[in-house]
Design a binder for this molecule. Structure first.
Ligand SMILES: [Fe+2]
Length: 251
């Protein structure tokens, strides 16, 4: 298994608060059979620049490097907060992309409306850079909860979609997560783990829940897409039918 979205590196964001926590998180992933974990601390263009970010990130990686459990591979990356403003230039994006690839984990705003202007900045980003955005935790945004058809638009524009695995276990989030899975909009899976208690690295129990619900093939498809992503291969996904919301249900 691959975990493509984590906040395991210590002292960088609201993720692991110390090295001890980072190591415990890595061990927990390895015990669940995870082979590759992508380390994706938050990147905010208004607070940092790519060089400072990379310096801090690499320093924290050095602290945990020797303690990475045997058999677990790590890749460096970032979760780029996308507003379309203060965005790194194309030649700097390699510092934030998933190490050695042209894929970049992108977080859309939670509190700001997804205006036409924002979507057009995303479209410019896709057109003007060499990088494919992977939209982080699609199931969590109020804009998508309200209008799930937006996921169809994002995929049509050229984005890949990541869903947090724990969402399949969460009573508030699983309806949308399963609807996205059913419609073929789950291309990547991550734990988005921040710690060992409230947001732990939990992947296996989510996989079990998905299997029990009869979506083994959809989970495996995401696994295969993620393999291509971390190996830097080009991914082409079919655009499924938009998810619709009707009387509080997603279908
Ligand atoms: Fe995250």
């Amino acid at each position: 298994m691959i975990d493509i979205h984590t906040h395991i590196l210590p002292h960088l964001d609201d993720g692991a608060k110390d090295t001890h926590t980072s190591i415990a998180m890595l061990k927990k992933l390895q015990q669940q059979g995870v082979q590759t974990v992508v380390l994706t601390p938050h990147y905010y263009g208004k607070r940092s620049n790519p060089d400072t970010f990379v310096q801090r990130r690499n320093a924290m990686y050095e602290r945990i490097k020797e303690h990475i459990p045997e058999g677990l591979q790590t890749r460096l990356g970032a979760e780029l907060h996308f507003t379309g403003i203060n965005m790194p230039e194309n030649d700097e994006l390699c510092k934030l992309a998933i190490e050695g690839t042209k894929y970049i984990l992108v977080e859309f705003p939670f509190t700001m409306a997804w205006t036409g202007e924002l979507m057009s900045r995303l479209s410019d980003f896709i057109r003007d850079t060499d990088y494919t955005p992977i939209i982080a935790h699609a199931e969590r945004y109020p804009e998508i909860k309200r209008n799930p058809a937006l996921v169809f638009e994002l995929v049509r524009m050229g984005c890949l979609i990541q869903v947090n695995a724990p969402a399949f276990l969460d009573k508030h989030e699983k309806k949308l997560a399963f609807a996205l899975l059913k419609h073929g909009f789950v291309h990547c899976l991550g734990t988005d783990a921040h710690n060992m208690d409230s947001r732990p690295p939990e992947l296996l129990s989510a996989k079990d829940a998905v299997e029990k619900a009869g979506y083994v093939a959809a989970w495996e498809r995401a696994e295969n897409i993620m393999k291509d992503v971390i190996e830097g291969r080009q991914v082409r996904v079919e655009c499924g039918l938009p998810v619709k919301k009707f009387l509080g249900f997603y279908r």
